[in-house]
Design a binder for this molecule. Structure first.
Ligand code: MLT
Length: 319
């Protein structure tokens, strides 16, 4: 098969694909480069960090299969994929545990000032009283988007002694019983904001979620609360968050996803001491990336044998 790999994926998987197929790698390429590389390619593999713009897809006359090595679909126009009659598969499940654990790490980090303490220590400082944090036990964690990832985080947090509340997309039937079984109480979005000491975001970026955490929503959160996001840049209004941090209403925030992402981009939030910022790495657990790689190989093999339907979950049905 003629394959274009547009993003960093599990290195072993790249090696296996290269042994058996004609592979071009263009990790993190810009739209123009992808547009030039795509003619003649039958399969394209990508994840976040690249834009699979309509012009890329339209230039891929031989393109038949798109493999999204992960979850989010905010960097590709699904309508164009459908209009062009392309097959697209996602692999959301293997990274769910990785992202849930990472969000938990961020919650602990901000609550106990771990990254801040590390930064100050490296400056030769030892300010113990200033670094006193807060416990998470007996606090309320609000999970916005209690789905595949959010509900795993909720289950872990409940086991650590937190009260956990969660909400889901209002267009869907709330899975009240399923959440309850994991120790998560279902509440509405605004109630969640009002009741949570810590809010963790786990929504995709859609028309419904863009800017859903702005000045008004941050103000609904209790004074001294914490915001964590491993969702998507654009869900949080970062200027409003910076204002809320500067006023002290929000005590701390951790963001793995940002309005602007990539080399050389530094968010204004980096100037605030009570923020933890990471470069979209929540899914970057070796085990998860390896599982995604295994799935990619299965998809490519099935596609080659013309048996893709037997391994593909239609994109509309993937949580
Ligand atoms: C995802 O959507 O799966 C994650 O953001 C990881 C990624 O693709 O980089």
């Amino acid at each position: 098969m003629k394959i274009l790999i547009a993003s960093h994926i599990d290195p072993e998987t790249v090696e296996v694909l290269k042994r058996h197929h004609d592979v071009i790698t263009a990790f993190g390429a810009e739209v123009e480069e992808l547009t030039q590389l795509v003619p003649g390619r039958e399969v394209m593999i990508f994840r976040s960090g690249v834009s699979i713009a309509p012009q890329v897809l339209e230039n891929g006359a031989d393109l038949k299969l798109l493999i999204r090595a992960g979850s989010g679909l905010d960097n590709i126009d699904v309508d164009v994929v459908r209009d062009l009659g392309l097959r697209m598969v996602r692999i959301p499940r293997p990274s769910a545990q990785a992202v849930a654990e990472f969000a938990l790490g961020m919650i602990l980090d901000v609550s106990r000032n771990i990254s801040l303490a590390d930064r100050l220590l490296r400056e030769g400082r030892w300010p113990k009283p200033e670094l006193a944090g807060t416990l998470i036990a007996d606090k309320t964690l609000g999970i916005v988007g209690a789905g595949n990832i959010g509900s795993r985080l909720g289950e872990m947090a409940a086991n650590l002694g937190m009260r956990v509340i969660g909400c889901v997309n209002p267009r869907h039937e709330p899975p009240v019983e399923t959440l309850h079984a994991l120790g998560i109480e279902y509440v509405g979005f605004q109630d969640l904001l009002r009741q949570s000491d810590i809010v963790s975001l786990h929504t995709p970026l859609t028309d419904l979620t863009r800017g859903m955490i702005g000045a008004a929503e941050l103000q609904m959160m209790p004074a001294g609360s914490i915001l964590v996001t491993t969702a998507r840049g654009g869900v949080v209004d970062e200027a409003a968050l910076l204002d809320a941090l500067e006023s002290g209403h929000i005590a701390g925030a951790a963001l793995d996803v940002h309005e602007q992402e990539g080399e050389g981009v530094l968010s204004p939030l980096a100037a605030h001491p009570n923020t933890v910022l990471t470069p979209h790495i929540a899914a970057m657990a070796v085990e998860s990336q390896h599982q995604i790689g295994t799935r990619i190989l299965e998809f490519v093999e099935a596609f080659e044998r013309n048996e893709l339907d037997s391994v593909v979950v239609p994109i509309e049905h993937v949580a």
